[in-house]
Design a protein around this ligand. Structure first.
Ligand SMILES: [Zn+2]
Length: 313
């Protein structure tokens, strides 16, 4: 529907001053120290008022690692003051829409960011339900893919009229496994393990920076071996798609609060951040019940994330 700017102006002019909101300011984390910022605390519904899943690790005012990129991530990334040129890597948990839909928006936006070094992007291998990380990027950017005009972000494009990318995306597939796959990238250390998310290849990720470790369960039904990664973390982000009272088929995909408690109960972490809310877990009454279940096992801070929240690593 088209809206006339003149009528919008007069409507705004008639509002009390307190209701006439100025443009939202940039939502930056503090510029000293290491933080994880929640860019999207929602899931796939788009009705919670939260962007779909995404987390951003900051160090001294620079965005270093992006974890997942669901719908809304690209806008919130910029709103947070982040630059694609600063990123060391992108980590993807799995290829469901609410975790990857904004990758292509970020990629296109980075055309204007002046990045000049390759950008590694790590994600799971594929199967018949979802492509692996390398295949996903090929299906987006390959000459036979959806956006061949952006092929220059993957390889030297044969047609000089294509967008001239100043750098390349470098996708890597990681096989989900019970024993974590670990690797280093400069001063960053990464580990991933099979998150068990129905039939879709999925990774739980940990990132270590300045000797502090963030662990993100991702969408996970909570296999017991994730406990070892949670035990070593300083801060944990757990996905909370189910209330404790839920019973049904989605338990195959996600943890109820008592399952999260089993994973995080012995952790040395000082903060447990809950995220990936659906309508059924986003209400304050359900979150109070969730808090009670978790507080019986996890004795430090339990937070229910909102978009743009920053937590020290
Ligand atoms: Zn999800």
């Amino acid at each position: 529907m088209r809206v006339k700017l003149t009528s919008m102006f007069f409507a705004a002019a008639m509002l009390p001053a307190t209701l006439w909101a100025a443009p939202a300011p940039s939502q930056q984390c503090p510029d000293k120290g290491a933080y994880v910022q929640v860019l999207g605390a929602g899931g796939p519904e788009l009705t919670t008022g939260l962007a779909s899943t995404s987390y951003l690790i900051w160090q001294d005012g620079k965005a270093r690692v992006l974890i997942d990129a669901g719908a809304g991530t690209a806008m919130n990334f910029k709103q947070a003051g982040a630059q694609m040129a600063d990123l060391d890597a992108i980590l993807i948990s799995h290829m469901h829409v609410d975790h990857v839909a904004d990758l292509i928006s970020l990629l296109k936006a980075s055309y204007f960011d002046g990045r000049e070094v390759p950008l590694p992007i790590y994600g799971p291998t594929g199967n018949q339900l979802t492509p692996g990380m390398t295949d996903y990027m090929q299906r987006l950017l390959g000459l036979e893919g959806l956006y061949p005009y952006l092929n220059n972000f993957l390889a030297e494009a044969p047609d000089p009229s294509f967008s001239k990318a100043s750098y390349r995306w470098v996708p890597r597939d990681i096989q989900p496994s019970e024993t974590p796959t670990s690797f280093a990238l400069g001063d960053l250390r990464f580990a991933s393990a099979d998150a068990k998310h129905g039939g879709v290849p999925a990774l739980a990720w940990s990132v270590t920076l300045e000797d502090k470790t963030l662990f993100v369960t991702g969408d996970s039904s909570g296999p017991g071996y994730l406990k070892a990664m949670a035990d070593e973390a300083d801060i944990i982000i757990a996905h909370n798609a189910l209330p404790q009272s839920y019973s049904g088929p989605v338990e195959r995909l996600h943890m109820k609060p008592d399952a999260i408690a089993t994973i995080v109960g012995q952790s040395k972490a000082s903060t447990l951040v809950l995220s990936h809310f659906l309508d059924r877990t986003a209400t304050s009454s359900v979150q109070q019940e969730t808090q009670v279940v978790l507080a019986a096992s996890f004795k430090d801070e339990i937070a229910f994330a909102q978009d743009f929240d920053c937590y020290p690593l």
